[in-house]
Write a protein that binds this ligand. Structure first.
Ligand code: B12
Length: 263
């Protein structure tokens, strides 16, 4: 097997280090030989070579979709990257439920919503609803969670009001649409309003969505960010561990307990 050069990591297409990539984009012109040449030159202008148009089709009046194969010689030094990772132990729902019962001694209260303009509820439902996602049951089905799913297009103030009313331990925010970085502004909006109401640090703050990363969430002052492929048990386990950490610091009820948990 070919050795992988991690100090200059490149995409793999047919052979190691060939730098092969696939791009897809739309141009606001009709498909034609000229449009094909425009797409080719555009991709070359971006620094790629061996540019091949694999697909060109009309996707509306005056719009063409392109799928392009190309190559790059630029790599990244993978050994130098430092990225925060949610990590954590993988635990089954039964195990997490048992730990909550043993160590928190009450259900963890969570309130979730998609705020602002965002109407994409499938991601949040995947985490919260009974049926869950990818064979992993949702938080509603755990004995160790009491969940409120407020659905979509919830004004941020209403989400905060509900979290206060429910004495929530955690707020779960789903942001799917990322046009014009609306996911970032809505995440900041929640943080700013919490601060304004003197509720900063009161809740465990978890954001999720396809364009959310854990790194980004931490930078915005959240406790965690979950992205594509997140499973309910990952979120449940994170919430359990975070709550126990807060209890140990005496930041939340029940009273501070220093005992090592996880057994
Ligand atoms: C279904 C869908 C819709 C449905 C939504 C129905 C519903 N009730 O949710 C409808 C038809 C309403 C819709 C509308 C629109 N949509 Co739409 N939609 C999609 C689609 C096809 C699938 C999204 C989905 O359900 N994914 C499956 C779930 C399970 O994945 P997920 O959301 O990533 O969730 C996972 C993780 O991200 C994470 N997660 C998500 N949220 C949370 C929250 C927490 C707390 C945690 C812990 C984890 C977590 O866990 C989940 C499980 O792993 C995507 C394209 C795609 N293939 O993704 C476009 C897409 C999201 N839509 C898009 C757009 C543009 C729109 C519209 C603006 C279209 C329009 N012009 O009208 C409108 C916007 C409406 C609005 N006001 O928000 C764009 C967004 C582009 C962008 N960068 O912002 C996409 C990417 C399509 C595209 N390629 O253009 N859409």
């Amino acid at each position: 097997m070919a050795e992988i050069n991690l100090t200059s990591l490149k995409p793999y297409g047919d052979t190691t280090d060939d730098g092969a990539i696939q791009l897809s984009f739309t141009l606001p012109i009709e498909p034609s030989a000229k449009a094909r040449e425009a797409a080719t030159q555009l991709v070359r202008n971006w620094g790629f070579f061996d540019v091949k148009i694999a697909h060109m089709s009309k996707i509306g009046v005056n719009y063409s979709l392109f799928v392009v194969f190309a190559r790059t010689d630029k790599g990244i030094d993978y050994t130098q990257l430092e990225v925060p990772d949610l990590g954590g132990e993988k635990r089954s729902y039964k195990e997490i439920d048992r730990l909550i019962l043993a160590n928190v001694k009450r259900p963890i209260r969570v309130v979730g919503a998609c705020t602002g303009y965002d109407a994409h509820t499938v991601g949040l439902d995947a985490i919260l609803s009974m049926k869950g996602f990818d064979g992993d049951i949702g938080l509603e089905r755990y004995k160790g969670f009491r969940t409120v799913n407020m659905g979509s297009q919830v004004p941020t103030e209403e989400l905060i009001d509900r979290a206060v009313k429910e004495k929530a331990d955690a707020i779960l925010l789903s942001k799917v649409v990322s046009q014009k970085d609306i996911h970032l502004s809505d995440m900041r909006d929640l943080m700013a309003r919490l601060k304004k109401r003197g509720l900063e640090g009161k809740f465990i703050l978890v954001a999720g969505g396809p364009r959310v990363t854990h790194k980004m969430a931490l930078e915005l002052g959240y406790d965690a960010g979950f992205t594509i492929g997140a499973r309910p048990s990952d979120v449940a386990n994170f919430l359990y561990e975070k709550l126990v950490e807060r209890m140990d610091k005496g930041e939340t009820e029940p009273m501070s307990r220093k005992k090592k948990r996880g057994k």
